[in-house]
Design a protein around this ligand. Sequence first.
Ligand code: SF4
Ligand code: SF4
Length: 279
Amino acid sequence: MSVHIPINNIIPFSLVDGPGSRCSIFVQGCNIHCAYCHNPETQRLCVGCGACVRACPAGALKMVCGAVEWDQGACVKCDTCIHVCPNHSSPRILYLDAEQVFERVKSYMPFIRGVTCSGGECMLYPEFLSELFGLCRGVGLGCLIDSNGTVDFAEHQDLLALSDGVMLDLKCWDDSWFVSLTGTDGKTVRKNLAFLAEQDKLAELRVIVTVDRNDPEAAVRGAAGVLGERVASTRLRLMRFRHFGVRGEMEGAPSPTDERMDAMEELARSLGFGTVVVS
Ligand code: SF4
Ligand code: SF4
């Protein structure tokens, strides 16, 4: 039987989630809690506290048997529910299986080149991904995984075989930075970096550049060391931290300057990265 998973959002056409126009699927739920997360409402599953139901100005939410029910038709997308939620969650979730998501994906063809699954952390739902990717590949669509890298890809080789690759976040390099930024160490992320590169499944490596929160220079140097000769065929995206959507300790944190981003790009090129994209 197909597994139904919590889906936070499906964006029909995105140009920033991999090559070409893609349908982006955002799952709900994450296994880490990054201080710089720009969509923190995707981190946790709803615990049914009811705060959003009381705050909704459109009457689009109600409690049914201890769970929130969302009336999509009545919702005016004001985001009040997200702002009042004390749990980094959202009541605007649909539980869908792979067939149901695929029906939506199909309706966006022929205007998309593929799908990208993101989150939250989509690798928390590998069975769903395998089923969805199997369906998508059957109609000629490409399939990418956007992941924080904390789930061991070596244990999901069948899923990897169905995927064109992984856009892997490398949030830091040293464990002290990882723990302070995400709440967990980076052992599995570093292992995945080496494994995905070996398997030729590293579609893109992503490093967010912050001011004093993650030492991105060390991340880029560390990655280059692990990649060895493969660095020349690796696409690296350097992403400037922006505070939009961020809640908590980094809500008002500054973005790095243009000079810092230029220096990061220069460092990455000097280490031999084949493609360096700054965004
Ligand atoms: S976004 Fe949330 S609070 Fe606003 S109308 Fe929709 S369900 Fe209600
Ligand atoms: S979405 Fe958040 S505020 Fe609404 S019931 Fe769930 S935990 Fe409470």
